[in-house]
Design a protein around this ligand. Structure first.
Ligand SMILES: [Zn+2]
Length: 191
């Protein structure tokens, strides 16, 4: 699933906001990753008429859980010209359950995200644990040289279990991540 919000310019910088919509067979995947998918869709609604200097691409990736298949195929299909234009790929994966919001990715975007978290009043944030730093859909973009940001709460006790259900999802955590992403874009664009 790819939705493109064009810019006023055909050669505009591109911001990709994505998350995977598949889950594992063992569980319904409410946190992993209906939570991220919901934020991607809401950001599509909220950003539809904002920041016209950017082209936005809102993407729901398939087949993440079996080895980042959807995101890898998407990156392979990008032309060299498109890759050059991507200024941020923001991956939202498992962001509703767990005490700490982990922030990882390229140094510049990571710094912007930590600043954004403090500006929107989010305090329980930490750097991404190394064992999951490359374990989601931003990784193929990073490997192809594009700047990435990865937002995740990996400390979900229901991870990949039948108990990863909708009743555990905290709407305030979805709102928090949406606000951080908007603030990152605002600060990236300098207005
Ligand atoms: Zn996931």
């Amino acid at each position: 699933m790819v939705a493109i919000r064009p810019s006023v310019k055909a050669t505009a910088p591109i911001i990709i906001i994505g998350g995977h919509y598949d889950s594992v067979a063992a569980g319904p995947g409410a946190n992993d990753n209906a939570s991220g998918t919901a934020v991607v869709m809401e950001l599509g609604r909220v950003l539809a008429l904002r920041y016209p200097k950017y082209e936005f691409r809102f993407i729901g990736f398939g087949a993440e859980e079996v080895g980042l298949v959807g995101s890898t195929a998407y990156v392979q299909a990008l032309t060299p010209e498109e890759r050059q234009r991507v200024v941020a790929m923001i991956n939202i994966d498992m962001i509703s359950v767990g005490d700490t919001l982990y922030i990882g990715g390229s140094s510049g975007l990571t710094r912007l995200a930590f600043n954004a978290a403090s500006e929107v009043g989010v305090s329980n944030v930490a750097g991404m644990p190394a064992d999951i730093a490359n374990a989601s859909d931003h990784a193929p973009f990073a490997a192809a040289g594009m700047p990435v940001l990865f937002l995740n709460r990996e400390n979900d006790p229901n991870y990949h279990r039948a108990t990863d259900t909708l009743d555990k999802v905290l709407p305030k955590n979805l709102e928090m991540v949406g606000n951080i992403v908007i603030k990152v874009i605002e600060n990236l664009s300098g207005n």
